[in-house]
Design a protein around this ligand. Sequence first.
Ligand code: GLP
Length: 252
Amino acid sequence: MDVLVVSNYEELSRRAAELVDEAIHKRPNLVLGLPTGSTPLGLYAHLVRRFQAGATSWAKVRTFNLDEYYPVRPQDPWSFRRYMEEHLFRHVDLKPEHIHFLDGQAPDPEAECRRYEEAIASVGGLGLVILGLGVNGHIGFNEPGTPWDSRTHLTTLSQETVTANFGAAPREADDFYPPRQALTMGIATIMEARQILLLVSGANKSRALGRAFNGPVTPSIPASILQRHPHLTVIADRAAVGIKAAGRALRA
Ligand code: GLP
């Protein structure tokens, strides 16, 4: 595994964009697995800027997002589809038919998950999967306890995840009910990618980062399975690693 500890979020975003662009240059028809959340926002901004500067063409790239709330409408503010349109898809020359998403309105979620696995297989599997890290160590929406052999599935979100993503006091009084379920690529789906890039930023992630890489591989910390991936790159900022421990917090 390659570990890059960078000084701040801006550098993390820039280095990640360079790595992704390099992968697209090497393989123009790269199959990318894409995350949402606050961590990749800087990466997407850099990728858009690099595209606008003529650095990269996305014309042959295929994308598969990691997860989506369930149920959710594409126009809901928290829909990952909407997030991706706003931050990446509408700004680059990706072909609409090359964009793959789990349908948060699918009437039969199990069939939808099977369809997604088949779509991934039909393009020869995932090339580069980019991941963020949940505060409880989740990857995608694979919450603690998810089996290592899981494929794309419907999952129930932990209270910790709902709180992290929607705030401590969900506005149920205002008729807003945060989604409690999601569709997500499974751990086995993610681990079969040829390359994985994990992005970790901020002091609120340092506990999860330490538990993922300085301890045993255990389903109670889903990201710990990444220790076993043959081609993993971790880019973490110093706040996530813990300033005092920078340079020794991660075993390379
Ligand atoms: C969500 C997503 C994950 C993401 C995680 C961390 O729950 N399903 O894919 O990595 O949150 O998000 P953030 O980057 O906002 O901390």
